[in-house]
Design a protein around this ligand. Structure first.
Ligand SMILES: [Mn+2]
Length: 249
């Protein structure tokens, strides 16, 4: 689904400096000429991995259906600013927690058919963030790829493991006895996670070690997800190219 988007982003990132240089070079602006030559030279001589490594990984996704209208701006390498407004207060709280602990930039603006219920909005926000993450990471060259974190919150301990493998899968071992936190239906978080894993092309395992309070269980889940994803998205200088024996993720 994000194939064309991925391609565009990758192409954009790889050819960014070269394109910028070309653009300036073809225009006979006297002042920019010296800089253009310099940039073109740098683009030619710098190894591909370094060119890719110096680019900020970010993407924007707009998603509009008859049920929801969503805009997501995601910046893996920051600046770590967030602004979340989905119309679902508990989801906003979770996504703010996520952005804060992942140290990413995340802007989410959603307008959904909340008069029906929260389901469409929660699921589509998950899809949109997943797609933005996938586009931002491009071909995933030089990334760690795996991440795992266990986050405690008072009596609760949640474990999240991720593999940015390109193979979507969700394992959701979370047992919450309550159906709601405030007026939010707790079961929707499983739908959110499935949508996120699917669109991001991520293997995502969420295991509840223990816990009692539903708010704590869900909040610790988003914190652990944030830290695990942050690890997986990090660049590893030892990784040459895409971290897979297959050569693609
Ligand atoms: Mn809280």
């Amino acid at each position: 689904m994000a194939t064309s988007g991925k391609k565009t982003t990758r192409k954009k990132t790889a050819a960014k400096s070269a394109k910028a240089a070309k653009k300036t070079a073809t225009r006979p602006v006297k002042a920019a000429k010296k800089t253009a030559t310099k940039t073109a030279k740098a683009a030619k001589t710098a190894p591909p991995s370094r060119r890719r490594g110096s680019a900020k990984r970010s993407a924007s996704v707009g998603r509009k259906t008859s049920e929801t209208s969503i805009r997501v701006d995601l910046a893996v390498d920051g600046p770590a600013r967030y602004a979340i407004d989905t119309g679902v207060a508990f989801l906003d709280h979770m996504l703010e927690t996520f952005a804060r602990h992942a140290h990413i930039g995340l802007i989410v603006k959603a307008k959904g058919d909340l008069q029906v219920d929260d389901h469409h909005t929660v699921e589509d926000v998950g899809l949109s963030i997943g797609e933005a993450l996938s586009r931002a990471l491009g071909d995933k060259a030089g990334i760690v790829r795996f991440g795992h974190f266990e986050a405690p919150l008072d009596e609760t301990l949640m474990a999240v493991s991720v593999d940015l493998s390109g193979r979507p899968y969700l394992v959701y071992n979370v047992k919450i006895r309550h159906h709601r936190v405030g007026d939010f239906e707790v079961g929707l978080i499983e739908d959110f996670m499935r949508a996120l894993a699917t669109a991001a092309g991520m293997n995502l395992h969420i295991n509840q070690r223990y816990g009692r309070n539903p708010h704590h269980i869900l909040e610790a889940t988003f914190k652990a997800l944030a830290r695990a994803l942050s690890m997986a998205c990090a660049r590893d200088a030892r990784v040459a190219g895409v971290p897979s024996t297959k050569g693609a993720l």
